[in-house]
Ligand binder design. Structure first.
Ligand SMILES: *Cc1c(COP(=O)(O)O)cnc(C)c1O
Length: 359
């Protein structure tokens, strides 16, 4: 079979990822907060999981059970947290492969308990509490109901509460909404009759609270992906100044270089993805086409590492660049390097067509 080892490539510098993990772990340590290293951004890549562990993460987290299964199959011993609510169709595999999952549905708790009994194992769960982002989680007034189900379990142990922010609704974590999580946890502790070991206060966007010394004291776990992988925080639109952003480079190959007008010629319908394209007339300009497209990346999340080069757009297999003002001369066959954002990284590591090269 033909396998292209040339391009596109995603090059990941694992020592730089490890350095970011270690910086985040040290920053949080002083506040008694431990870090779950989240690998979903790189589709559970083994070398990156190892780099996170070496950097001091005490747990690995991934949203896909398939990625956790792959970590297990390759001898990674670190405890694993399933980040997406369990699918009833995979309950058996979950209790066998993951050490802990995030839950919100009483019926799922029941299924986990049954599966644990069948397989003679135990399983930890963290109750997700929705403090406003409106993705997963019980609402604070539902604590009593979930506590009733948890109390009936012998093999499923509730070890804590957690919340997710900045994902669906774009709600940012701040002192007030994380305090709501702490309050829900206090009520749950009272109902269960024992103290909870884990107060899981969100992901990368929660790091700002640590920097600003605004984190409620009971929060003792964060689940961090983007900050470790890319040194950025998309929901707060910022680069995290004490972390490295040079952790990865995406490379794609030039297949056409040609001067073309900047406005399409002829009647305009919609593009291949149903959008009406808009163009600014900048005259005839030099462009390059690269052999990578929407099937592999989000073009909006690609940032050329050559000065003066701009992404104009992409179809499924072609990325169009404006290179009129490029600081380097570009020819067919050249490899163009890009920085990626989190969305593009997720897509690139999922694409069958992008080689992942860990250095
Ligand atoms: C993806 C995810 C995280 C990690 O978020 P980052 O922004 O990458 O740090 C944490 N928790 C859950 C539930 C997630 O799905």
């Amino acid at each position: 079979m033909f396998v292209s080892k040339r391009s596109p490539n995603l090059i990941i510098y694992r020592h730089r990822v490890e350095e970011n993990a270690s910086t985040v772990v040290e920053l949080c340590k002083s506040l008694g907060i431990k870090i779950v290293g989240v690998t979903k951004g790189v589709s559970g890549n083994l070398d990156i999981a190892r780099a996170m562990i070496r950097g001091g993460c005490y747990f690995l987290g991934d949203s896909r059970l398939r990625n956790i299964a792959n970590l297990r199959a390759n001898g990674i011993k670190a405890p694993c947290l399933l980040l997406r609510l369990p699918k009833p169709s995979e309950i058996d595999e979950i209790v066998l492969l993951a050490n802990c999952s995030l839950i919100s549905m009483p019926e799922t708790v029941k299924l986990l308990e049954e599966a644990c009994c069948i397989h003679h194992v135990s399983h930890d769960v963290i109750v997700m509490v929705d403090v406003g982002d409106l993705r997963e989680g019980i609402l604070p007034y539902e604590v009593e109901k979930i506590a009733k189900f948890l109390k009936q379990c012998k093999r499923v142990h509730c070890i804590g509460v957690g919340t997710n922010v900045g994902c669906f609704g774009g709600v940012l974590p701040y002192y007030r909404n994380l305090s709501e999580l702490v309050n829900a946890g206090n009520v749950l502790e009272m109902l269960l009759g024992y103290p909870l070991g884990v107060y899981s206060g969100g992901g990368t966007s929660s790091l700002a609270l640590i920097e600003n010394k605004d984190m409620p004291t009971k929060i003792n776990q964060l689940r961090i992906g983007e900050a470790i992988l890319l040194g950025s925080d998309t929901t707060r639109r910022r680069i995290i100044p004490y972390l490295r952003q040079d952790t990865m480079v995406l490379e794609a190959e030039v297949i056409e270089v040609r001067k073309k007008p900047s406005i399409p010629i002829g009647p305009i319908g919609v593009d291949a993805f149903g959008n009406v394209p808009a163009f600014e007339n900048r005259g005839v300009r030099l462009r390059a086409i690269l052999a990578i497209g929407r099937q592999d990346v989000r073009p909006e999340g690609l940032f050329p590492l050559i000065d003066g080069v701009n992404v104009l757009g992409a179809s499924s297999d072609h990325l169009i660049l404006d290179i009129e003002e490029s600081k380097e001369k570009i020819f067919v066959g050249d490899i163009i390097p890009f920085r990626v954002n989190y969305g593009s990284l997720l897509a690139a590591t999922t694409s069958h067509y992008v080689n992942i090269i860990v250095r």
